[in-house]
Design a protein around this ligand. Structure first.
Ligand code: HEC
Length: 163
């Protein structure tokens, strides 16, 4: 998406944005209309994060992710992306999350100003199991309720996106 934001969508007029929003909202949501809306629960992950030794995912999260995405999963929007209730995190298909965790994000420039924080790449820092563990934690955390991530999915994405 970085290229799309840098070179295209930030220049859209309000009319174009409104028209695109109307179209996107007209599409059926993947979960259908009977899925209850997300409800934030700040306490949901506190116990695990207070005792990370007992949870493989919380252990990776506290060591590598928490200083940006925070204990409450809300991070510091809009500078740092929240993970609690984030529609991309709740998405059934985890490919985009696996990709961003392996490869990070690049040089976003909004109206000539570079974004101050990037998502770092973890491909050389964490193995497939650690990435699966931390994303499983994030997808279950703060009442997110999204399915677990398998290390085989991470291995597949690593193979598809690394050299
Ligand atoms: C230096 C701060 C920083 C650290 C450390 C960090 N992130 Fe991020 N993360 C970001 C930023 C900034 C974004 C938003 C990037 C963008 O959209 O351009 C982001 C985005 C994400 C997203 C995508 C959210 C979306 O809306 O698609 C996920 C998932 C994520 N981070 C998970 C992690 C995990 C897991 C870790 C630890 C292994 C981690 N992050 C560590 C800064 C950080």
């Amino acid at each position: 998406m970085t290229d799309v934001i840098n070179n295209s969508t930030q220049a859209l007029t309000d009319r174009d944005l409104a028209a695109m929003s109307v179209y996107l909202k007209s599409l059926r949501s993947e979960g259908g209309t009977n899925v209850p809306p997300y409800r934030y629960d700040p306490k949901a992950s506190l116990a695990e994060l207070a005792h990370p030794a007992t949870s493989a995912g919380a252990r990776v999260y506290t060591a590598y992710c928490m200083h940006c995405h925070a204990v409450d999963g809300k991070a510091f929007a809009p500078l740092l992306a929240p993970l609690a209730g984030n529609p991309n995190v709740l998405e059934k298909n985890a490919s985009s999350l696996i990709n961003v965790t392996l490869n990070g994000t690049h040089d976003l420039v909004i109206q000539g100003v570079p974004a101050p924080y990037l998502m770092p790449p973890y491909a050389k820092v964490l193995n497939d199991q650690q990435i699966a563990d931390v994303l499983t934690f994030v997808r279950a955390g703060w009442n997110n309720g999204a399915p677990a991530v398998e290390s085989s999915e991470v291995a597949k994405m690593r193979k598809a996106t690394q050299d």
